[in-house]
Design a protein around this ligand. Sequence first.
Ligand SMILES: C[S@@+](CC[C@H](N)C(=O)[O-])C[C@H]1O[C@@H](n2cnc3c(N)ncnc32)[C@H](O)[C@@H]1O
Length: 246
Amino acid sequence: MHDTPVPPPDADPATDAGGPPRRPVRSFVLRGGRMGTGQQRALAELGPRYVLPYQATPLALPQVFGRAGPCILEIGFGMGDATAQVATAMPDHDFIGVEVHEAGVGALLKRIGEGGLTNLRILRHDAVEVLRDMVPPDTLTGVHLWFPDPWHKKRHHKRRIVQPAFVELVASRLAPGGYLHCATDWQPYAEQMLEVLAASPALRNTASGYAPKPAWRPQTKFETRGLKLGHGVWDLLFTRPPADAT
Ligand SMILES: C[S@@+](CC[C@H](N)C(=O)[O-])C[C@H]1O[C@@H](n2cnc3c(N)ncnc32)[C@H](O)[C@@H]1O
């Protein structure tokens, strides 16, 4: 997650009618990468308790957390540093972190163990399918999408997760009044995010364009890397209007 994702061998999906079944275009490519011993131990010891298996049916969130509190879902938490910081700072909220990279899952589990966090669960699966299949409509207080893979090359832009259909899926899973918070250090992607989010009939911008960085958003690992490279950072904060708003 901190290196540029390795592009697939080329030709993404099969395109010809009558050819092999079309693979969905995913926003990630699974990379190997060695896990540290601490991460491996955390995976073995804490995984069964804190990693939720993917299922094709909606989750009962109060059962998962043992309470009916506000729930925030984070897409692509990387190594989970910012995730653990936010979950620690907001003990009244429950968090679901979604990440496909195993070493990141191990790293966040290690932090969960060290911090004794009880308000955080992990899903190691494509976040698009998690939102679609496991998150009931109208439930989430917030969705965090911090520094999604920028997919710099034009031929990979279709892999960028922020697309109209994705935004509508997120909006449908937000509770009325819930928010979607995106951040990126790649200006062309920031511009795409702003265009796609502003065009969503389901969401409203909280700012007149890009939003100020909320004080509660920690600096993420990928952001730190971008800042060292001299990149700027763009935050976007959109809400689903409350039910009584016209
Ligand atoms: C550029 S990294 C940023 C990580 C972290 N948010 C940060 O700022 O340090 C993006 C991460 O999103 C993950 N990711 C991309 N698409 C995903 C998806 N559809 N579901 C779950 N994770 C995804 C990648 O595996 C990668 O770790």
